[in-house]
Design a protein around this ligand. Structure first.
Ligand SMILES: NC(=O)c1ccc[n+]([C@@H]2O[C@H](COP(=O)([O-])OP(=O)(O)OC[C@H]3O[C@@H](n4cnc5c(N)ncnc54)[C@H](OP(=O)(O)O)[C@@H]3O)[C@@H](O)[C@H]2O)c1
Length: 290
């Protein structure tokens, strides 16, 4: 199968590319800036809205896995035009391209489409984003649903793991603790931490089986950021005493965060061969991958 992957240098995207190549697919790996380590590099800036559809339709992939996004939650709040263009308008162009060439489209969305008042969200719970990142990702979902025929919206939560251009929560935490630095981590924000390689397996399976609809593809545990940090410290043999408890209101964040955006992954458990992992199992896998 010929798969077009956007965000091929990202925390999730680079693992999707690696896994798809290992599964003997032809991979067109779209990027801006630094070309990806593997896959056939296709330069495409999603801010260049007019280029998105023609670039994809010319290459005629069988499937598209759209992982690229403006993922900086505070950045989205401050740079609203850029956030809307990348997360919503470019996604519409990707969906129109998929529709024109009959490609299956997997769009990676987020737990931040929910307001966080309930937690353990199911696929048919009403999205009510409280920040601009969540709002623009939800607009992206709606464009996918309206503009393409064969689509899957795969929502995920708090991705972590090795690789990618930037640090993520897990690598940031382990780096700080291993150099003896104290960190402040919130006790009142709950998520479903998701290991990037586990997510890449679920996403590739969705694409290969051409599954459709909304699917919560995340880790199987609902934990606070603090509980997750303590577990990480334990698995990576670090001093959890360096992790100081904090509340969300103490953080100097620009955007609001949902209090509990954890996802119910039971549909994914039923439908997929690659199952969402509990935190303890995922961290064991991550340690082995080091
Ligand atoms: N990270 C999380 O905790 C989390 C949680 C829930 C949902 N998600 C969703 O999961 C997906 C993957 O997230 P991630 O953590 O892997 O993201 P990431 O590491 O921030 O990677 C984002 C990718 O998008 C690319 N990108 C950004 N702006 C672009 C543009 N204008 N044109 C083309 N490409 C552009 C980036 O390229 P450069 O690196 O070259 O800029 C990078 O490859 C996203 O759709 C995100 O919304 C993430």
């Amino acid at each position: 199968m010929k798969i077009f992957v956007t965000g091929s240098t990202g925390l999730l995207g680079h693992q999707v590319v690696r896994l798809a190549l290992n599964s003997r697919h032809e991979v067109l790996a779209s990027y801006i800036g630094q070309p990806p380590a593997s896959g056939e590099p296709i330069e495409l800036d999603l801010l260049d809205l007019q280029a998105v559809k023609p670039t994809i339709t010319k290459l005629k992939p069988d499937a598209i896995i759209h992982t690229a996004a403006y993922t900086d939650v505070d950045g989205c709040e401050a740079n609203r035009d850029v956030a809307r263009k990348i997360n919503a308008e470019a996604t519409k162009q990707v969906a129109l391209a998929a529709d024109e060439i009959g490609a299956h489209l997997t769009y990676i969305s987020t737990d931040y489409v929910f307001n966080g008042e309930k937690g353990r969200y199911k696929e048919d719970d009403e999205p009510r984003p409280i920040d601009y990142y969540g709002l623009t990702k939800l607009e992206g979902e709606r464009h996918v649903q309206a503009s393409s025929r064969e689509w899957c919206v795969a929502r995920t939560s708090a991705i972590y793991g090795w690789g990618g251009e930037k640090k993520n929560f897990a690598t940031w935490l382990v780096d700080n603790l291993s150099s003896g630095k104290q960190v402040k981590v919130v006790t009142d924000q709950h998520v479903s931490p998701t290991l990037n390689t586990n997510l890449a397996e679920m996403v590739l399976e969705i694409s290969e089986k051409r599954l459709t609809g909304v699917l919560h593809t995340a880790g199987a545990s609902q934990v606070s950021r603090y509980e997750f940090a303590v577990e990480l410290a334990k698995v990576f043999d670090q001093d959890s005493g360096l992790i100081k408890q904090a509340k969300m209101e103490e953080m100097t964040w620009v955007a609001k965060r949902p209090k509990d955006s954890s996802l119910d992954v039971s549909r994914c458990m039923r439908l997929l061969k690659s199952k969402p992992l509990e935190v303890s199992e995922a961290l064991r896998v991550m340690k082995e991958q080091r």
